[in-house]
Design a protein around this ligand. Structure first.
Ligand SMILES: NC(=O)c1ccc[n+]([C@@H]2O[C@H](COP(=O)([O-])OP(=O)(O)OC[C@H]3O[C@@H](n4cnc5c(N)ncnc54)[C@H](OP(=O)(O)O)[C@@H]3O)[C@@H](O)[C@H]2O)c1
Length: 254
């Protein structure tokens, strides 16, 4: 299938490693001109080198800050004039039972998993023409309970899925689609699941047996391909959706 992404402009937030890097690589392979965003210039330059093909440009900024998103929008306007694809991928977690979490924990993860995306949308949507697409990287633990210790993560991931739906309704008449994806546990070198597998191979083998019906973790590429599709005109009739990309890990019926 030709995704018809050749020459489209794209921004991927949180793209110096992991899932964001994989999404940038997939979009570049489809011919997009991609801006990758992260806080560490060296890591972004390594990411550009790792992608190794296509038109990929680093932008250094902390997307939890409104000013960084405004600077990103100015950069995109100067470089491309308009933006066809926005992937809000940044996100993270502070694990802990609710009564052990602090105000600072909540503020930090709300900033990263929710407010960063609100700020990116506020700055970048004015550049997005009819036919463009926004995709947020949420989690299966925004659609169903992840368990004790995940109150901040679960709450913020549910919030971004809700936001995506309402934003889709609000931007529908402009022809801008908004979706989210809900990955399950994704393993990549240096990522959090990889670290846990190295530190506790037996415990993680038990985790896989109990939680991952297909007997393995998901890969970055398996998430990136779905995001590339959702970002493309070939997904024109997918709007306001949240797609699981989890190899059957989640148990929700909806
Ligand atoms: N890995 C999984 O199993 C999994 C499962 C479900 C959902 N997800 C979701 O998928 C997304 C990516 O996960 P991941 O595991 O690939 O994450 P990761 O390895 O922690 O990578 C996060 C990326 O975001 C950048 N970043 C972090 N804070 C930033 C900020 N304030 N401003 C700009 N860039 C920032 C990081 O670079 P710098 O630190 O250099 O800025 C890095 O490039 C997250 O939303 C996560 O919740 C992951």
């Amino acid at each position: 299938m030709n995704l018809e992404l050749e020459g489209k402009s794209a921004v991927v937030t949180g793209a110096s490693r992991g899932i964001g890097l994989g999404i940038a690589r997939a979009l570049a392979a489809e011919g997009c001109r991609v801006v990758i965003v992260g806080r560490d210039e060296g890591a972004l330059r390594s990411a550009v080198a790792a992608i190794g093909r296509g038109d990929v440009t680093p932008f250094v900024g902390d997307v939890t800050e409104a000013a960084a998103n405004e600077a990103l929008a100015a950069f995109v306007r100067d470089r491309f004039g308009a933006l066809d694809v926005l992937v809000g991928n940044v996100g993270g977690n502070r694990r802990g039972r609710f009564l052990d979490t602090t105000e600072d924990d909540w503020e930090a993860v709300l900033d990263l998993n929710l407010r960063s995306h609100l700020r990116s949308v506020r700055s970048l949507v004015p550049l997005m023409p009819t036919g463009s697409a926004i995709t947020f990287v949420a989690s299966i633990f925004g659609r169903e309970a992840g368990g004790p210790g995940l109150s901040i993560y679960n709450t913020t991931k549910s919030a971004i899925i809700s936001f995506a739906k309402i934003l889709a309704l609000e931007l529908a008449d402009r022809g801008v689609r908004v979706n989210s994806v809900a990955p399950g546990s994704i393993r990549f070198p240096g990522g959090s699941w990889d670290r846990r597998c190295v530190e506790d191979p037996e415990g993680m083998a038990a985790f896989v047996a109990a939680n991952l019906p297909m007997g393995r973790f998901g890969s970055v590429e398996e998430v990136a391909d779905v995001v590339a599709f959702l970002s493309s005109p070939r997904a024109a009739w997918v709007n306001g959706a949240c797609l699981n990309v989890d190899g059957l890990q989640s148990r929700s019926l909806i």
